[in-house]
Design a protein around this ligand. Structure first.
Ligand SMILES: [Zn+2]
Length: 188
């Protein structure tokens, strides 16, 4: 999938995406969308909207705290802010993952969020690699949330979408698909 946008998310590993896909080539990995739907609290998406607005024109990035409320159904109650990047790039560093410690049982890290100020709701090729290696292979229910703080709805919330990756390493064909999501008014 070619990325038409000058957008890049650096990943933890210094190897190129191509090398990493090569590494797993012997041991075929196959990814499915394990999460059927996501419910996110109004409070959580509001916080993520504010983090993203504050970082503009740079991108913001963070983690999602939540739990599985029914099989394959996530509830997200909190968006943790990790860092801001450049105008078209943002990255996690090793130390950023200490934020994981702020997620406490029975909740767990159900994925990550980042902003695309003014350039739409999708995953770049590098976002796909970040999601596969840092999230979906670690926790198959993990979702990637992208928000656009330049596109605020009447409710004051940034437009957003949730994604998971499907595909298989043998064909080097990984794609993102959108996961259905609902807004919960409960503050829980
Ligand atoms: Zn991105």
């Amino acid at each position: 999938m070619t990325n038409k946008y000058p957008h890049e998310t650096k990943s933890l590993n210094k190897k190129s995406d191509e090398d990493k896909i090569g590494d797993i080539n012997d041991e075929t990995i196959s990814l499915n969308a394990e999460t059927n739907s996501v419910m996110i609290t109004h409070k959580a998406i509001d916080e993520i909207t504010n983090f993203s607005l504050n970082a503009m024109p740079k991108e913001a990035i963070g983690l999602l705290s939540g739990r599985e409320i029914r099989p394959r159904e996530l509830l997200i109650t909190k968006g943790l802010f990790v860092t801001e990047g450049e105008e078209y790039s943002v990255s996690f560093s090793e130390s950023d993952f200490q934020i994981f410690d702020q997620v406490s049982s029975p909740e767990f890290c159900v994925g990550w969020w980042h902003s695309h100020p003014g350039f739409g709701l999708f995953l770049s090729q590098t976002d796909i690699t970040t999601h596969i290696f840092s999230f979906q292979l670690v926790q198959p229910l993990s979702v990637a949330l992208v928000v656009d703080p330049m596109d605020i709805g009447d409710d004051g919330i940034a437009k957003y979408k949730f994604f998971q990756i499907v595909g298989d390493s043998r064909n080097r064909d990984f794609q993102y698909i959108e996961i259905a999501s609902y807004l919960s008014v409960s503050s829980e």
